[in-house]
Design a protein around this ligand. Structure first.
Ligand code: CMC
Length: 355
């Protein structure tokens, strides 16, 4: 029996949705390279591209996702005050899990719309401000910023749109695999996405960008960068925003997000660039046998902060983009009709009594 802890060498699904080339540093989503998509597509268009393989998507996907934001808001706004004491990500996951489960296009659209809508409302609620109703006529990125009461300049809308597309799908990562496992039991899309949210939350996956800002805060000034980094590595701690299971070169999403910062005000850019430079130099010495490069989370942290999202909301913003990918993967897995059920190798005690 072959045991592969971490399933690194296991190919567990066929997919039409996205391909990650870890040696070339290329991400293909629905047949397009990431840089092509962020150049001229909206988040809704790319979500529609993914869903269209497995669902009858409406012709006007922007308006359909807008109407889904309004449905999600109506269904969940009375619940949100009861979740006020929970960490924001957990409150978002809990509210999302109350949506009606199913495998139809309305369930799919509600899920694509839900994290961005809920996250915005929870940001308002946590700062004691009145909730702002969704405006179904707006694009998804613009309405997320409006509902959260953040800057809605053209640069901010474009920056969030680029972010949502950049994280929309990424091969068989831990949360997408989780979504597919749940979908394979025929549980429904809401169950798949709720489970995937749990997998996304950890710092080895979507929970890293908050800690990236903590790191930049701790470094303080570019002069301190190398000493701080060397100290962390010597203590056996990992640098957040670096390394990846698949990429052995720079994550292409890092470049897309760095470019999206053009035109946005960020006090962090100079420090972030210095820390990145020093981190890459230190990691090359620390782990010469393993190429550890900048991953998506590093510039996610800088971009989302520049857009005005509070640090504890970053993983929820990640989910606002990734949910479209999870839903498409769940539909793709369900279409195979095959239960995912691997085996384990028992290492526990054996019964002492003879049978
Ligand atoms: N800083 C220092 N050392 C590292 C780092 C890092 N960021 N990443 C990997 N290593 C070391 C690791 O300690 C291990 O060393 P050893 O063999 O001596 O134990 C070696 O490199 C190989 O690491 P691994 O744990 O086998 O690699 P993995 O493929 O399981 O992990 C990772 C990938 C992303 C979990 C890891 O690189 C990491 O923890 N990075 C920091 C957290 C982070 O940035 N997370 C966001 C991931 S990108 C978002 C996404 O696409 O989900």
């Amino acid at each position: 029996m072959l045991i592969d802890n971490g399933l690194e060498k296991v190919v567990a699904a066929e997919t039409r949705l996205s391909h990650v080339d870890g040696l070339a540093g290329e991400l293909i989503i629905g047949g397009y390279r990431l840089d092509e998509l962020v150049a001229d597509r909206t988040f809704e268009e790319v979500a529609g591209l993914l869903l269209a393989s497995y669902a009858d998507t409406p012709a006007d996907i922007r308006s359909a996702i807008g109407k889904a934001r309004a449905r999600v808001f109506t269904r969940t706004s009375n619940l949100l005050p009861q979740l006020a004491d929970m960490p924001l990500f957990d409150a978002m996951r809990t509210a999302l899990s109350t949506l009606p489960d199913g495998n139809d296009i309305n369930a799919a659209l509600d899920l694509v719309a839900a994290p961005g809508t809920l996250l915005a409302q929870l940001i308002r609620q946590s700062s004691g401000k009145k909730l702002i109703d969704p405006d179904p006529a707006l694009g998804h990125a613009e309405d997320m910023l409006c509902m959260a009461g953040l800057n809605t300049s053209a640069e901010a809308i474009a920056g969030l749109n680029t972010y949502l597309i950049s994280v929309i799908d990424h091969g068989l990562n831990a949360s997408t695999f989780t979504a597919r496992v749940v979908a394979s039991t025929d549980a429904g899309l809401v169950s798949s996405v709720t489970a995937a949210l749990g997998a996304l939350k950890g710092p080895l996956h979507g929970g890293a960008p908050g800690p990236v800002l903590d790191m930049l805060d701790a470094v303080g000034t570019p002069d301190n960068a190398r000493a701080w980094i060397d100290n962390e590595l010597a203590a056996g701690r990992r640098l957040m925003g670096f390394g990846h299971r698949i990429y052995r070169v720079r994550d292409p999403r890092a470049d897309a997000l760095k470019s999206a910062l053009n035109g946005l005000r960020s006090d962090r850019l100079e420090l972030a660039a210095a820390v990145e430079r020093e981190a890459l130099a230190a990691l090359a010495i620390h782990k010469p046998e393993r190429k550890l490069e900048t991953n998506v989370e590093y510039y996610t942290a800088v971009l989302l902060e520049a857009l005005g999202f509070p640090r504890d909301t970053f993983t929820a913003v990640f989910a606002s983009g990734r949910t479209a990918g999870w839903v498409a993967h769940a539909l793709e897995q369900a279409a195979t009709g095959r239960l995912i059920r691997p085996q384990s190798h028992y290492t526990g005690p054996l019964p002492q009594r003879a049978a």
